[in-house]
Design a protein around this ligand. Structure first.
Ligand code: ASP
Length: 451
């Protein structure tokens, strides 16, 4: 096996007939593009929501959008999903009555509880793959549908956040036929008991990574709607350019801090086999995109700057923290008990801050505080909200003097106070916590100083 390319096309790449034709052209251009993982149709100009969200809404009888303050009923969602697939089928000029009938039957399924949600949510990818396979065939391509439920793409039974089981790799390898293009729906698999379960949101990236791993692919192409991974968010800094090459470690640091181009867990399986990942733009296939590899020679110091808003920190003062064995452990245990993920914990002799996403404190802040007071008797305790973490990243920063000086100097020039600073021990990243209202200005200043 090996030598061929696994491609994943995201929701925007399959949002309408025009986009699907772009996908076909890309696949046809290189005969090594043999495994094609597809998302559910995303939003195009006319849509306010993605098909997957409509499917969640149907499964939950309108609760999905209600919880997000949106007045879209399950009935409307049903209409939108059917319209979307009908217009794809019409736009691609394929025969698809049976596909629509299948969809209607599935959406009338009496299945209940959490299994219902996962089954419905998976139908976007399922029918997207069916439509695309039929279209490829209608254009004379030797394409074949490879459904997770048929080939044994097994996942754990953690509904809504299922994990791919190793048996899937063998089954994928054995199902691939010589000379054919396999079309595989992303985002879902089958449990060992035969139920459909979905991976986490954005999970088609994960399917793509697993397929690349299973097939020992020469490359995993992740086709999306941007020219690659940008140095910083181009909506804030339009001069930002695409990063040509990044290491797995760098993309992980960038994507875990708000770079939303790529599901960062998807990288793990590729990293284990050293399979390069290429983030590409379906709307601009001539652009080389961003290549993500094991190692590279840095010519620069920082390569990108990530930003994460909505950050809070729990600040604690207590005499002798620095000398009290186990204090940090006891504190972090409390966060674990509350199910709150902690990002960083800068500390000093007599104080410590635990940095978290402020949404994770919602409804929990008072209880958390009183548990800390009861368990650790701090001299002072406070929660500070509305921070942004701005994080320059790059392997070139390691052993390079003056990067932090340049970065903090740039913020000083803008009169921006740094509330928190924490450098990763790998020296490939550091994090400034500044007030969210200064985040745009801070990002611009750091962009000018470091990139
Ligand atoms: N359709 C799924 C979602 O919207 C998975 C994906 O597109 O990757 O999350």
């Amino acid at each position: 096996m090996g030598g061929f390319i696994v491609c994943k096309f995201g929701g925007s790449s399959v949002a309408n007939a025009e986009q699907v034709e772009k996908v076909r052209t890309i696949v046809a251009e290189d005969e090594k593009r043999r495994c094609i993982v597809v998302s559910a149709p995303g939003k195009d100009r006319k849509d306010s929501e993605k098909v997957t969200d409509h499917l969640f809404n149907i499964a939950t009888d309108g609760q999905h959008f209600r919880a997000r303050g949106k007045a879209i009923s399950a009935r409307e969602s049903y209409g939108q999903v059917l319209d979307k697939f009908r217009s794809l089928i019409a736009g691609l000029a394929i025969d698809g009555d049976d596909i629509i009938e299948g969809l209607q039957t599935d959406l009338a399924s009496p299945i209940t509880d959490r299994k219902r949600i996962d089954f419905f949510a998976s139908r976007g990818e399922h029918y997207s793959a069916k439509v695309i396979t039929r279209y490829f065939q209608s254009r004379g391509m030797n394409a074949e549908l490879m459904l997770p439920e048929d080939i044994g793409f097994f996942v754990s039974d953690r509904f809504g956040n299922a994990k791919v089981l190793p048996a899937s790799h063998t089954n994928l390898r054995e199902s691939l036929k010589d000379g054919r293009i396999s079309i595989i729906p992303g985002y879902y698999g089958m449990t060992l008991k035969g139920d459909i379960a979905v991976l986490s949101r954005g999970g088609s990236d994960l399917t793509g990574g697993e397929v690349a791993f299973a097939m020992d692919a020469a490359r995993y192409e992740n086709w999306t709607d941007t020219d690659g991974v940008f140095q910083v968010d181009p909506r804030i800094i339009p001069e930002a350019s695409v990063i040509p090459v990044l290491t797995y470690k760098e993309i992980r640091l960038l994507s875990s801090k708000g770079f939303n181009v790529f599901h960062f867990d998807a990288m793990v399986s590729c990293k284990n086999k050293g399979i390069p990942i290429n983030v590409r733009n379906t709307d601009n296939p001539a652009a080389p995109g961003t290549l993500i590899v094991e190692s590279r020679e840095p010519r620069e110091t920082a390569i990108g700057i990530a930003r994460m808003d909505g950050i809070a920190y729990v600040y604690i003062e207590k005499d002798m923290i620095g000398e009290t064995i186990g204090f940090t452990k006891d504190l972090l245990d409390i966060f674990q008990d509350f199910g709150i993920n902690t990002h960083h914990y800068p500390s000093d002799k007599d104080d410590i801050a635990v940095i978290v996403d402020q949404v994770d404190l919602r409804d929990k802040a008072d209880d958390l505080k009183s548990t800390i007071v009861r368990g650790l008797s701090p001299d002072f305790l406070d929660i500070r909200y509305d921070l942004s973490l701005i994080s320059p990243v790059g392997i070139g920063m390691k052993d390079t003097p003056g990067v932090l000086a340049r970065a903090s100097g740039a913020l000083y020039e803008e009169h921006i106070n740094i509330e928190i600073v924490d450098q990763g021990p790998s020296q490939m990243s550091f994090h400034f916590g500044i007030r969210e209202k200064h985040a745009d200005a801070g990002l611009k200043a750091l962009f000018r100083a470091l990139l």
